[in-house]
Design a protein around this ligand. Structure first.
Ligand code: PPE
Length: 308
């Protein structure tokens, strides 16, 4: 969705190497068979320099994803955590940074089996602003409920942040954007809301915030953060299944994600949500979220890892 601006260094298999040298062979196993796991993490500028948001939680989820997908990286929690700090500290950034750890199956053998395939581990970082543009954060986006469903529990593993899951996301996003919308919303095989291609959904109804349990969605760190922030503001939060008609009838709706942050939704399948602009509770939560990630809310400063 945005052109990558090259930085100077990428961490690969234990060391920082020049950006242009961080390449892989065309016969890398993951390119052919799709098994790789990754993270998306943001580092924000604060009054005390850059701070990575919920670094420990992202690092833990990366290792869980690798375990679920049977990918064995030799790097543990501490090394992967430090690698993310290093790519922020050792590059010259001056805007919001997006960090992308990726663990993939490398070059050496072909055939579907992943047995004995070498594993490569990288952590890259680049400057990345608003996922769907600044205007989306202000005015809200138009969403289309996808004709693609999220895969069933016994088909794929939504709790792994697995590259393979993003084929489904990519098809849904294409369909929506091609039809003139900004983003898709995927339902689960039973017809209840699962998540966006790269975001979780929240709706507001009669003053309460509702977001589905993570049955067929990623255990999202932003969703968890927004829930905790909302509770701290005295907003009632419900974790329950949401049906398609409930989404249409919502007073407010918004997407959350590391990349998407808190993006208001103004229209779903031609139904105007609320007043067709960012709702009151969404606006409150968006403001609060940006205050938290930029170190302006002492209640949640423990979520920040400052880069010295
Ligand atoms: N669901 C999916 C499918 C998903 O990809 C993301 C993040 C979320 C929910 C929200 O998770 P979290 O970031 O922990 O709150 N999507 C990442 C990738 C986006 C991309 O285009 O690349 C992200 O936001 O970094």
């Amino acid at each position: 969705m945005a052109k990558v601006q090259p930085a100077n260094l990428i961490w690969k298999n234990g060391s920082l190497i020049p950006w242009a040298e961080a390449t892989t062979h065309v016969l890398s196993h993951s390119l052919h068979y799709g098994n790789a796991v990754f993270e998306g993490v943001r580092a924000y500028k604060t009054d005390k320099g850059y701070a990575i948001f919920r670094l420990d939680e992202h690092t833990k989820r990366l290792l869980v994803s690798a375990k679920l997908c049977l990918i064995k990286t030799p790097y543990g929690f501490d090394e992967l955590r430090q690698a993310q700090i290093d790519v922020v500290a050792k590059n010259d950034f001056d805007q919001t940074v997006y960090i992308r750890p990726l663990i993939y199956l490398g070059y050496g053998s072909m055939g579907v089996s992943l047995k004995d395939v070498p594993v490569d581990t990288i952590v890259a970082a680049w400057q990345w602003g608003a996922y769907m543009g600044e205007e989306a954060l202000r005015a809200g986006i138009k969403v289309k409920i996808s004709s693609w469903a999220k895969p069933a529990q016994h088909s794929m593993m939504a709790k792994a942040k697995a590259s393979a899951n993003y084929f489904n996301s990519q098809m849904a996003n294409f369909e929506a954007v091609d039809a003139g919308y900004d983003e898709a919303l995927l339902l689960d095989p039973q017809g209840f809301v699962a998540e966006g291609p790269g975001e979780c959904l929240f709706i507001v109804k009669d003053g309460a915030l509702i977001t589905p349990p993570n049955d067929t969605s990623l255990e999202s760190i932003t969703q968890n953060s927004v829930i905790q922030i909302a509770e701290s503001l005295g907003i009632k939060v419900l974790r329950q299944r949401i049906s398609r008609d409930q989404v249409y009838a919502a007073d407010e709706a918004f997407f959350t994600g590391t990349a998407a942050e808190v993006t208001p939704i103004s229209n779903i399948d031609g139904r105007i949500i609320g007043k067709g602009e960012m709702g009151e509770i969404t606006s409150k939560l968006q403001k609060a979220y940006f205050a938290v990630v930029t170190g302006k809310d002492p209640k949640f400063e423990h979520w920040l890892t400052y880069i010295k």
